[in-house]
Design a protein around this ligand. Structure first.
Ligand code: KG4
Ligand code: ZN
Length: 331
């Protein structure tokens, strides 16, 4: 079965074609550059970019997969959560294609798709239950997963998402948007304890807004003494910040594994691109005999393949398409 997957929940217009769970193509155009000067995603710009790019991305995906539009058997698209204007573009495009081709349409939850991303290309066996970790610009969630669409939230941030904290701190430090990749590059292990910061944690719930403010105050304090903060000073501050953030996430997910007695954890979301987080999860996995399923970068960031994969799985499990009246939802 050939499934088309469309992801437009934020700034990436991503379209993928899968043969069952094998990815034939996964093409993405991001409008990130257009948002940079505003220091964050501007919904209106993202919506317009999706409108401009979606047919180009579809054609590129068909070409790379060596398929024709009539070869599509199922059309999947993200319906929530995300920016409403952005979601509506992908969702309506998917519904129209489904009607034009006379093929079923299925709406997919973006967070469930991130958790599903480890199973693309049959990289791991889909066997329930397992735990899910989603770390992104909008979420920091830990789930107990009973089925691909039955996720119990067992831990979550109480304020900023981890990616949001990285983005906001980088912005305050004049390092542009998005902050996660910049801080990842500046990170030097020798500076990881240069400053003592603390993230909020209560059981499996987290908080990143306090540490974000602490980073801004510390910078202001240092700048009162020395107007131009040196690159080395920034590296010390941001390495200590990233270290604390990553260690808190790692500690919490390991704790969740012991608490729920589940040793298999599927990880997804943009922050999974962080090299230190990937390394630490691998280390803790070996130490605690936990199997962290970590997708390649291409499927960690927002992508159409995870949407197609989950759509294919759910359509075949329930033998049911979504109604064409399915609405986009922000949360
Ligand atoms: O999943 P995603 O692409 O979009 C959302 O659903 O939010 O995640 C975007 C987030 C941003 O906050 C960005 O700073 C972060 O992922 N990110 C990273 C890295 N690459 C992207 N965070 C840490 N290290 C990275 N290398
Ligand atoms: Zn995402």
């Amino acid at each position: 079965m050939h499934t088309l997957g469309i992801e437009t929940s934020c700034d990436e217009t991503s379209v993928a074609l899968l043969k069952n769970l094998k990815v034939l193509s996964n093409e993405t155009i991001s409008s990130l550059q257009a948002h940079k000067k505003y220091g964050g995603i501007v919904p209106e710009i993202a919506t317009r970019a999706h409108l401009n790019n979606i047919d180009k991305v579809l054609n590129a995906a068909l070409k790379r997969a060596n398929l024709k539009i009539k070869d599509i058997d199922l059309v999947a698209a993200t319906c929530k959560p995300g920016l409403i204007g952005s979601l509506v573009v992908g969702l309506n495009f998917a519904k129209s294609l489904s009607v034009a081709l006379g093929k079923p349409f299925i709406g997919v939850n973006h967070l469930q798709a991130h958790v599903f991303s480890s199973f693309l290309n049959y990289k791991h066996k889909l066997k329930f239950p397992f735990l899910g970790l989603v770390v992104s610009g909008g979420h920091t969630n830990i789930y107990q997963v009973r089925e691909a669409d039955k996720l119990n939230l067992i831990g979550s941030t109480q304020d900023d998402a981890c990616g949001e904290a990285l983005d906001k701190v980088a912005k305050a430090y004049g390092l542009g948007y998005p902050g996660g990749p910049v801080i990842d590059k500046l990170f030097e292990p020798k500076y990881k304890r240069a400053f003592q910061f603390k993230c909020g944690k209560k059981g499996l719930d987290l908080s990143f807004s306090g540490i974000k403010t602490a980073l801004v105050y510390k910078k202001d304090e240092l700048q009162r003494k020395n107007k131009n903060l040196s690159l080395q000073a920034k590296k010390k501050l941001l390495s200590s910040f990233q270290f604390c953030l990553v260690e808190t996430i790692v500690k919490t997910i390991v704790e969740a594994s012991y608490q729920k007695k589940i040793k298999r954890i599927s990880c997804g979301g943009g922050v999974m691109a962080n090299s230190f987080l990937r390394k630490r999860l691998a280390q803790e996995g070996r130490k605690n005999k936990i199997n962290f399923l970590i997708p390649p970068l291409e499927y960690s960031l927002d992508n159409g393949a995870m949407v197609a994969g989950l759509g294919f799985y759910l359509y075949n499990k329930y033998k049911q398409a979504s109604n064409l009246s399915l609405a986009a939802e922000a949360s």
